[in-house]
Write a protein that binds this ligand. Structure first.
Ligand code: BG6
Length: 501
């Protein structure tokens, strides 16, 4: 059983924003239900809105009631556990202030000191626009709020996107590490908060059977898919300036990629795990200009329908440039130049407005060395897949060939499957619970280190450069499809095909 986190004050910049309402407050609620919040815990919301602390509490309580009542939602429950929620809400206060104003930080300092039971420890959560990460950290430093004294900790959680490209990520790391030491910085990637993502390590390193086959001798290739049914969902301003590559690939997809490709760490300590992830990124063969065009596909969705709902052309979405050249889909082939993976391609794809939501990692094993059954030619062999289904319907399955009953010897593909829900009762959660708890206890295993962030950008930067130079065409796919035909061609060139969604 996990113990309650140590006492501290949590300071949320961007307290009246969507992230706080939708994810952070529900996460505190769950931590409270699971008895993981310490006595001496306080939350200080910081924002520019003219609201009273009481109005803020009432507003967030209303929102929480809505989340638990939402039948299809991630937090659907019979009703709000008011006792658990009250424990959060009574500890919640609000500081109205501009994040560019030094006085705001002086006030925060006074509030942290006033929470005597918090022991002077503070965790700052930057739930604000990315352009404010650097400036806020700087002012935290100047106000003396980053100083760790008398055993108290001072830590900062930084949301994504961490940088817009390699140069800006490096600059942000430089700014942040000019104020804080690496162990005070917690760069979030919410994919690491997902149980099924964490389970990749448990599956690989907690079991003895697959690891001996986890390399180039036995694995043919790997496919990583993060297909989303949702479109830009009112985030046109952010999305059109960002695109699928920056939004998803160097962060979320690379979490899956590195967890699958990394070598066993010497322990599960934060740096041991992050060292191994870093090695993977550093061994990805750099894409030269030609490869950046050849091995990456970008595409935009056109009008179509997803789950019976009509979807407009991406360029007709609100706050999207009618001549936008922002991609809503990316497919990428990566090659890792190390002993484990030489010659094993990793194909990654992600897109908005696709057929359905489907996040999976599929590993295809090499075929049997010869076809024993005369009627079955080598090309008719059934591929052997290990599939880690991340969401929805979390589970792990093995797909292999079995004999079709009857006098003729012929094989068909069958599936052996494990579903989480058949074994574990999972409390409804946002995925932020573990991450916030870990930051409070100072465990950075599920957070990104500076070099992990830069390593991710380093891999995709040549593609971003090629696209910015308009050197690669923009493919199209109808909303509700599995992606553009150009992505199929990327695999067809290697004699392979994507798994159907
Ligand atoms: C976010 C992206 O980081 O991750 C979104 O900005 C994306 O565009 C989301 O939809 C996907 O996360 P999840 O948890 O819904 O799979």
């Amino acid at each position: 059983m996990a113990k309650p986190a140590p006492p501290c004050t949590l300071v949320i910049f961007g307290a009246t924003g969507d992230l706080t309402r939708r994810l952070l407050m529900p996460a505190f609620y769950n931590l409270s239900r699971w008895s993981l919040l310490p006595e001496g815990f306080a939350i200080i919301g910081v924002g520019r809105s003219e609201i009273t602390p009481d109005a803020m509490r009432a507003d967030l309580t209303e929102a929480m009631r809505g989340f638990v009542a939402d039948k299809g939602g991630e937090l659907a429950e019979k009703g709000l556990d008011t006792e658990a929620w009250d424990r959060v809400v009574v500890r919640l206060d609000y500081v109205r202030g501009d994040v560019a104003d030094v006085e705001t930080y002086a006030e925060i300092g006074r509030r942290v000191a006033a929470n005597g039971a918090g022991g002077g420890s503070a965790l700052f959560y930057l739930a604000v626009a990315a352009s404010l990460f650097g400036p806020i950290v700087k002012l935290i430093g100047e106000a003396g709020l980053a100083r760790e004294e008398d055993g108290a900790f001072r830590r900062v959680i930084i949301e994504k996107p961490f940088g817009h490209d390699l140069d800006s990520a490096r600059a942000l790391n430089r700014d942040v590490l000019g104020v804080l030491s690496e162990k005070q910085v917690f760069r979030i990637d919410h994919f690491l908060g997902k149980e099924t993502v964490q389970n990749i390590m448990a599956f690989r390193f907690g079991n003895g059977f697959f690891e001996p086959m986890w390399h180039r001798d036995r694995i043919d290739h790997v496919q990583i898919t993060v297909a989303e049914a949702v479109g830009v969902e009112g985030r046109g301003v952010f999305y059109d300036a960002t695109g699928a590559m920056r939004d998803m690939v160097p962060n979320h997809l690379f979490q899956l990629f590195t967890l699958i490709a990394m070598d066993p760490p010497i322990s599960f300590a934060a740096d041991a795990v992050r060292d191994k992830k870093e090695e993977v990124l550093a061994s990805v063969r750099p894409l030269d200009e030609k490869a950046a065009v050849r091995d990456a596909v970008r595409a935009q969705y056109t009008a179509g329908s997803v789950g019976g709902k009509t979807v407009r052309d991406y360029r007709a979405e609100a706050n999207v440039d009618p001549r936008s050249t922002t991609e809503t889909y990316v497919a990428l082939k990566l090659v890792i130049d190390n002993w484990r993976w030489a010659g094993v391609p990793f194909y990654l794809r992600t897109g908005k407005s696709m057929t359905r939501r489907d996040t999976e990692i599929a590993i295809q094993f090499k075929q049997a060395p010869l076809a024993l059954f005369r009627e079955t030619g080598m090309d008719e062999q059934v591929p052997n897949w290990l599939v880690l289904q991340i969401q929805p319907d979390e589970g792990i399955s093995l797909q292999f060939g079995a004999k079709i009953p009857g006098p003729k010897v012929a094989l068909d593909q069958v599936t052996m499957g494990f579903k989480y829900r058949d074994y574990f009762k999972v409390d409804p959660s946002t995925g932020y619970e573990t991450l916030i708890y870990d930051a409070m206890v100072g465990d950075a295993t599920l957070y990104q280190r500076a070099d992990n962030i830069e390593g991710g950008w380093q891999v995709v930067q040549p593609v971003l450069d090629a696209w910015a130079a308009l050197a690669a065409p923009m493919a199209r796919y109808p909303a509700g499809s599995a992606g553009p035909k150009e992505a199929d061609e990327l695999l067809a060139r290697d004699g392979r095909s994507w798994r159907p969604l």
